[in-house]
Design a protein around this ligand. Sequence first.
Ligand SMILES: Cc1ncc(COP(=O)(O)O)c(C=O)c1O
Length: 387
Amino acid sequence: MTTFSKRSTVCTTPNAIAIALEKLRNERVWVLDLTMSNPTRATILRKGSAILEAFHRKANLRYDPAPLGLLRARQAVASDYVKHGIALPAERVVLTASTSEAYSFLFKVLCDPGDQVLVPCPSYPLFEWLARGDSVELVPYRLVYDGVWHIDFASLEAAIGSKTKAVILVNPNNPTGSYVKASELQRVASYGLPVISDEVFGRYAFRPETEPGTTALALEDALVFVLGGLSKQAGLPQMKLAWIALGGPERLVGPALERLEMLGDTFLSVGTPVQHALRKLLELEQGDGLRAQTRYNLAWLEKQVAGTAVTLLRGEGGWSAVLRLPRVHSDEAWALLFLKEDRVLVHPGFFFDFEDDAYVVVSLLPSEVQFQEGIKRLLARVQLSIS
Ligand SMILES: Cc1ncc(COP(=O)(O)O)c(C=O)c1O
């Protein structure tokens, strides 16, 4: 008899928004996509030729397997951190093909099936699938908003149990845009658990004064895994290169590196050309253009929502903005209304596990023309619905 694993179960029922979107696309109706978060589709100027030139190297014709990544590429990551004021030895950098793969490696290194990892809520929806793939159970802890986002430590502490193997921080968080404050970091570290700090959006502070956000690499006593990658930092997800930067006492970092090396040796998943190109790709600082785009759209959005029934929640960084709408509809009903009546696609808050109604999330990456048109339609619809 052929059976399949529970952890590879495919969810086949599309939600109402996906169904409505497909219908519109089949009818060839153009939809303004305010969920667009693919940096390669952002219309800002790109450094295309310089990127391609970085790959034109003889060294790419050779294969020298390196489980943790080629030393020169690990050094490139370390230099980039140093350039941004963070000390990081190259020996503590591990390369992976994506942040998703980094999560999977870390779940394997830290957890046995059935073990638990704490995750912020609301946050990145992919955690559920990543954890399921490694038979790890996620236990949420709350992020609360009262004019500013912060960790609800009562919920975090209540979530810690005998099976807890790590705490995940997303810094800044997707989609709330909240950085983990230095005092919060210290408190999380005080539990003695390994900390996985996803800092893929770390360089995307909305306001210059927030830069650089506090990195978990500043922690000295806990075993820390900071995640970063080309996908967000350089807007190059197609290159498939991410990293884990390890921090903490050598007696913990050493064995963690040994295990990561064993996993890296099993998969050897990072391509050689992107490793040789890495230093150049990082030096190009492509993220600058994306950051300018997000800041521009956000500043415009702030002005537009002022004095309306829509509240823009205060975020500090990342690629998205959270809007609180009047609770005359659920978040899903609002998203459906915008899509069907206004041809504007937004993410409903439930997609990120927001506790209450009615939040929607918009990406700050679309061109200003599309962004402004989409937001104008959204605000007009809200005004109409409450008058
Ligand atoms: C918080 C967070 N981490 C990681 C990723 C994905 O990174 P990668 O493309 O390196 O897997 C995303 C993508 O949206 C994200 O929002």
